[in-house]
Ligand binder design. Structure first.
Ligand SMILES: Cc1ncc(COP(=O)(O)O)c(C=O)c1O
Length: 412
């Protein structure tokens, strides 16, 4: 089978069976699902990570005219909820070694209007959250309660990861997770909010109560998606029907199915550069059926994490890079990433491009997301060289060696 970096790398036979069962039932009983490290906290499950961030911003009463600092090496999913609420995103640069927000850059971005900083643990690499927290705590001492700056942890890439014996997601005031199609565990789409502050939890509760249940059509989409992608993966390279044709030699059944399912609206990409959506049609509670799938995935999380760690360590050893832990994707900086990407495709490995633009997808209208070219030099360097190697269950140690063999000569 080909290795896909995205599109449900953690879904296995038992998950597929469960999706089919859930699709065939009218109702299932509600269950209590807790994320590792947050067992004693309330969980507020949403249909996506971006919906979770939207609810957090509402609970924090951050509104039009306020500013929120985010790193520019990111995905539009983080910017969308800010736009929904007319909040101004202020972009900070990253540290090149960790791909995470730089404290030095944050220092130059704070104004009177700053109300929050989103700390993204990119690829599962922990950000400098304690140092940032120390700095912000000092600033908050001189601010009124209404002007306080909150720290929101974006844990979309990390679950079950500790920094110095403390789980990522427990450092800031509040955190959100994503269970999107390419995340640590997946329910096709999904998200969760966990707060580290009791007062704030009450506010989140009030906002959350007003969020509608997910429409049944969306529940079905989310449960069908893994089944369809499993089918696509199985026939992705098969058969080369028109292998001798001048124009259609790259055409395979798998690629045809992708086009067909996209046309029928049965699969969609995670982010579309022209579609910012609308909170009225984009914010729901996670369905109970998906909570069952989430539980099934979480029961296997230790195994997923161990596997990712093994592959991460293998890449680091072979490439002589200092990256460790359960990375969801393994970042490398190469010359001409597109060329390396197509060489990897020849061995049936589909690599990733988080993030080959300030706020992906590449080509997004930078005016619309409020990014000014030249303001984040590290992001702008990294985006031209980044390539993500897969660490998911379908990558074997042997695959990792073959991947490294292709990538190594191109490292910057
Ligand atoms: C850094 C980061 N944060 C948040 C999200 C939100 O994810 P979603 O709304 O797709 O669940 C994503 C999605 O890829 C992401 O990469």
């Amino acid at each position: 089978m080909p290795v896909f970096i995205s599109s449900i790398p953690t879904i296995e036979e038992d998950d597929l069976k469960l999706c089919k069962e859930l699709l065939s039932k009218n109702n299932v009983e509600n269950i209590d699902v807790k994320l590792p490290g947050f067992e004693d906290k309330e969980h507020y499950y949403t249909n996506t990570g971006r919906a979770a961030l939207y609810a957090i911003l509402k609970a924090l009463e951050i509104t039009k005219g306020d500013e929120v600092i985010i790193q520019s090496f990111t995905c539009m999913a983080v910017v969308v909820p800010l736009k929904w609420l007319d909040i101004k995103p202020v972009y900070a640069d990253i540290e090149q070694e960790t791909y995470n927000i730089s404290l030095e850059s944050i220092k130059g971005r704070i104004t009177d209007k700053t109300r929050a900083i989103i700390i993204q643990h990119t690829f599962g690499i922990p950000a400098q959250i304690e140092r940032i927290k120390e700095y912000i705590d000092e600033i908050n001492k001189n601010r009124s309660k209404e002007k306080e700056i909150f720290l929101i942890e974006d844990c979309a890439h990390c679950l079950n990861i500790k920094k110095e014996d403390k789980y990522l997601g427990t450092y800031g005031d509040v955190s959100f997770f994503s269970f999107g199609q390419d995340k640590v565990v997946s329910t096709t789409q999904g998200g969760c909010i966990v707060s580290n502050d009791r007062e704030l939890e009450k506010k989140i509760e009030r906002v959350y109560k007003k969020i509608p249940d997910m429409p049944e059509s969306m529940v079905k989409y989310n449960l069908r998606y893994p089944i369809l992608w499993d089918l696509i993966k199985k026939v992705y390279y098969k058969p080369q029907v028109l292998a001798n044709s001048k124009y259609f030699s790259k055409f395979t059944v798998g690629k045809f199915l992708i086009l067909l399912f996209r046309f029928l609206g049965l699969i969609k990409s995670q982010a579309s550069k022209d579609d910012f959506g609308d909170p009225k049609e984009g914010v729901y509670k996670l369905s109970v059926k998906q909570k069952h799938l989430l539980k099934n995935q979480l029961d296997k999380l230790e195994r997923f994490s161990t596997h990712r760690e093994k592959i991460t360590e293998k890449y680091s050893r072979l490439l002589d890079l200092d990256l460790h832990g359960f990375l969801i994707r393994y970042p490398v900086l190469v010359d001409y990433p597109d060329i390396v990407k197509s060489k990897l495709q020849q061995i049936r490995v589909i690599a990733g491009n988080w993030y080959n633009y300030p706020v992906i997808p590449r080509g997004i209208d930078l005016d619309k997301v409020g990014y000014t070219v030249g303001t984040c030099p590290n992001t702008e360097y990294v985006m031209e060289h980044i390539l993500n190697l897969p660490t998911g269950l379908d990558v074997t140690a042997k695959d990792a060696e073959r991947i490294v063999h292709i990538v190594e000569p191109h490292l910057t």
